[in-house]
Design a protein around this ligand. Structure first.
Ligand code: ZN
Length: 322
């Protein structure tokens, strides 16, 4: 069974486009049981994320009044998919696809959090306070290569309140896209395991979006998990947007994480349909090939079970228990 930390299928459906990577008709053969499905409000000024290379300026904030109706449309697009909405780890089962409703950037949450509970009631179970842009709650990491996430300030007062409210409701707080100061603010404040749904190792690829060893250690010490991102620009040592990148680059980041954090803290966070992927993978249909590559690299049955779904299910169970 595969449980994955991030995809942007909903954005494609909202735009009326077919899926490129998350072709649900491939799910059964690929053993794909779902994972985090992002509600992401696109910044108008940002180029197509599948063509992002090197440095992209930080986009302008999107006000709540503008974001809220778009989030409703994105949510409707998710609800129209042939998937279950996951609110319990028991929702992940062989033979069907379960979607964790995830906000990538909390622009659609009112600054006073007045609509957070109604979103929870409708199935929201994961929030990244920011995408790579500032909002009421925090500041995101601008895309840079090579680069550091140590740009800008941390959580605002509203951001701290959001983290605490998520903790008490049992909503996962995602660290991917948060800048350095925001990461450590969440690490200090949150009572849940720390999670980065789709981020790679900065030691192997010096993209600003990737995590340093210190951050990985904090996630490990909290009992959390990191999803390895399959985007070629976050995998490769040279940061180049080259879709001929092999899946061995994914294995390289998995291996590094296992060595640094231990096998209990490593998972997948593909970024399918949200970034440029290795052609060799061919979307979710490539998961079995990737699992074979992990086995060939020496990961035994126990490790494969944890990396493919066990770690996600453990952390979700710990986080959603409120
Ligand atoms: Zn993302």
């Amino acid at each position: 069974m595969i449980v994955d930390g991030h995809n942007d299928l909903v954005l494609h459906r909202w735009r009326g486009e077919p899926a490129v990577d998350v072709r649900l008709e491939d799910a059964a053969a690929a053993d794909f049981a779902g994972g985090f499905f992002a509600l992401y409000i696109p910044s108008p000024s940002v180029p197509d994320p599948t063509t992002i290379e090197y440095t992209v300026p930080l986009p302008a904030p999107i006000p709540f009044e503008q974001a809220a109706p778009i989030a409703e449309e994105l949510f409707a697009a998710l609800c129209a998919l042939p998937v279950e909405r996951a609110t319990s780890v028991d929702d992940f089962q062989d033979g069907r696809v379960a979607a964790i409703v995830h906000m990538e950037g909390a622009e659609a949450i009112a600054p006073d959090l007045s609509n957070l509970e109604s979103w929870y009631e409708r199935g929201l179970r994961s929030i990244g306070p920011v995408w790579s842009r500032p909002n009421h709650f925090a500041e995101g990491v601008p895309f840079r290569f090579p680069g550091s996430s140590d740009v800008g300030s941390g959580l605002t007062a509203a951001g701290s309140a959001l983290v605490q409210a998520c903790n008490s409701l049992g909503i996962l707080v995602d660290l991917s896209h948060l800048n350095w100061a925001g990461f450590w603010d969440v690490a200090r404040l949150s009572t849940a395991p720390l999670v980065a749904t789709h981020s790679n190792a900065h030691a192997l690829c010096a993209a600003s979006r990737n995590l340093t060893d210190l951050q990985l250690d904090a996630i490990r010490d909290s009992g959390g998990v990191v999803g390895v991102n399959f985007a070629v620009t976050f995998l490769r040592e040279d940061g180049l947007l080259d879709r001929s990148t092999g899946i061995g680059e994914i294995v390289r980041h998995v291996d590094y994480y296992v060595e640094r954090m231990g096998v209990d803290h490593v998972a997948f966070g593909s970024d399918f349909d949200g970034a440029a992927m290795p052609d060799e993978l061919g979307g979710i249909a490539g998961f079995p090939k990737l699992v074979d590559a992990l086995r060939a690299a020496g990961h035994d049955d126990d490790a494969v079970e944890k990396i493919t779904h066990g770690n996600w299910l453990r952390v979700l169970a710990d986080t959603w228990r409120s």
